[in-house]
Design a protein around this ligand. Structure first.
Ligand code: FES
Length: 482
């Protein structure tokens, strides 16, 4: 079946959503609520299009294709309507960008710039407030702000929230929803209790503004990196190379990343591959030596560990007794490496640069801090490091050996394959999962004694750490079609 978009014919399937067709055909359309396959809620109303024969504009994220349909994606009328809708969203944000962690990485800010949102018809700018009535209006607005900074991983503030509902729809545990009513509505946890979830980071990854961000004290970390008495060590998760470019455009490969890390103050840069190899060896050993029929769940996904601890406490003893690769490695650095190089371990500060947010919910004996790809980007921006002055550098090695094969385990299923290759004289029944839902189904079956396994490789992020919650999304400047 055919439809026309901007006077050009396209072959489409009946019922296909127009926004999906536009994305497929690379016809840009601004969106702040729809994202990928997330439920379409038509909350932002920026994806408006004209449909020939109708004098009303329609949201393309909810519009189904019908034979002969004629769609226009850019016109004066559309631009005006989008501008008003953007201005409504922007009115709560005006003047707040400079203290927002997402400054320059914010989808709303980009669109406000692109659509030249400068007039504030809906809430007066602070500088222009003269009447008591207007001041009260602003105060009312501020009193609605709910901040959650008590949990260890995710900073939430409704100050920057545009109620786009992406977090609501992406959260695998449905930990957030709407609180209050009508104009007072805010996204929050039940009774505004401190967030205590799996900390998979999907909400932070998908939030278009600064309403959900990574929690950390980056100033403290930077201070340690600048301290000449401290040896600052970076452990780099190879998965971050998939998305670091979305935060720092100049980083296209590992050597450039190492150069940026040196500029930030890291003196030694090691790849997590070493830790992953040791993890692989230790978990294989545990499985090889396992005597009874009890199963073992991989312990490398902290979100899975949290799920088991919270929802399946009786299975806690089934979690592998192996530390996460980052901590295994930090221990080696603070013991063997420190001894070999005559460094006082107390003067070593180790930061894992990770694709994972859940790892930040735990405290470790040797690993001092964890930052995500987004946080690394922020540190680079705050230091105003220019890519042109950054050298390409090789990483450091703990041992003169190639550990790159272990890198595969950043993808779900690869850990099982590598373990099975190493196991001798044993047949293991295994299962692999990469979502909260599937993991719960497997654990529920085990609880009901419907199923038995020797090894469960469970991860929470789809596809594994490669798509971890700490990875950065590409934040595009939307170019409207002329
Ligand atoms: S993307 Fe369609 S209304 Fe937000």
């Amino acid at each position: 079946m055919q439809i026309k978009i901007n006077n050009k014919k396209y072959e489409v399937t009946e019922g296909e959503i127009i926004l999906d067709i536009l994305n497929k055909e690379n016809i840009r359309i601004p969106t702040l609520c729809s994202y990928g396959k997330l439920k379409r809620e038509a909350a932002c109303r920026l994806c408006l299009v004209e449909v020939k024969g109708s004098n009303r504009l329609t949201t393309s994220c909810t519009l189904e294709a019908q034979a002969g349909m004629e769609i226009i994606t850019e016109s004066e009328k559309i631009r005006k309507a989008r501008s008003i809708n953007l201005e409504l969203l922007w009115s709560d944000h005006a003047g707040k960008c400079s203290h927002c962690k997402k400054n320059r990485q914010c989808e709303l800010q980009n669109l406000a710039e692109e659509y030249k949102i400068e007039n504030f018809h809906f809430i007066p700018r602070k500088g222009e407030i003269t009447s008591q009535e207007e001041l009260d209006l602003i105060r009312d607005d501020w009193s609605r702000i709910v901040v959650d900074d008590k949990n260890p991983v995710i900073a939430r503030t409704t100050e920057f929230c545009i109620e786009c509902r992406r977090c609501l729809n992406i959260c695998p545990g449905k930990m957030v929803g709407f609180n209050y009513r009508a104009g007072d509505v805010v996204i929050g946890t039940p009774y505004e209790k401190t967030l205590d979830c799996l900390f998979c980071g999907a909400c932070v990854k998908h939030c278009p503004t600064g309403a959900a961000t990574d929690k950390n004290n980056l100033e403290e970390i930077q201070k340690k990196l600048d301290d000449i008495n401290i040896l600052a060590v970076a452990i780099v998760d190879p998965a971050i190379l998939k998305s670091i470019n979305n935060e720092v455009v100049e980083i296209k490969e590992e050597k450039k990343l190492n150069g940026f890390l040196k500029e930030l103050g890291f003196e030694k840069i090691f790849s997590l591959n070493y830790g992953m190899e040791k993890y692989l060896q230790q978990i294989t050993e545990e499985l090889q030596n396992k005597k009874d029929k009890s199963m073992i769940i991989n312990s490398s996904c902290v979100a899975v560990n949290r799920l088991v601890e919270k929802r399946y406490p009786e299975l806690k003893k089934q979690l592998a007794k192996v530390d996460i690769p980052d901590e295994i490695m930090a221990k080696v650095i603070k013991t063997d490496y420190a001894k070999k190089n005559k460094i006082n371990p107390k003067n070593i500060f180790i930061v894992a640069i990770s694709s994972c947010t859940a790892k930040k919910s735990q405290s470790y004996k040797n690993l001092d801090n964890i930052i995500t790809v987004r946080e690394l980007g922020r540190m680079v921006r705050e230091r105003k490091i220019k890519g042109s002055s950054v050298k390409e550098l090789a990483k450091d090695e703990i041992e003169e050996k190639d550990f790159s094969s272990a890198e595969k385990i950043i993808k779900t299923g690869e850990l099982t394959k590598l373990v099975l290759k190493k196991i001798k004289n044993k047949k293991l029944k295994t299962v692999v999962t990469d979502s909260v839902q599937k993991t719960k189904e497997i654990l529920d079956d085990i609880r009901k004694r419907k199923e038995e396994y020797d090894f469960i490789e469970a991860m929470i992020c789809p596809g594994g750490c490669l798509n971890g919650g700490g990875q950065a999304r590409k934040i595009e400047k939307v170019k409207t079609n002329k």
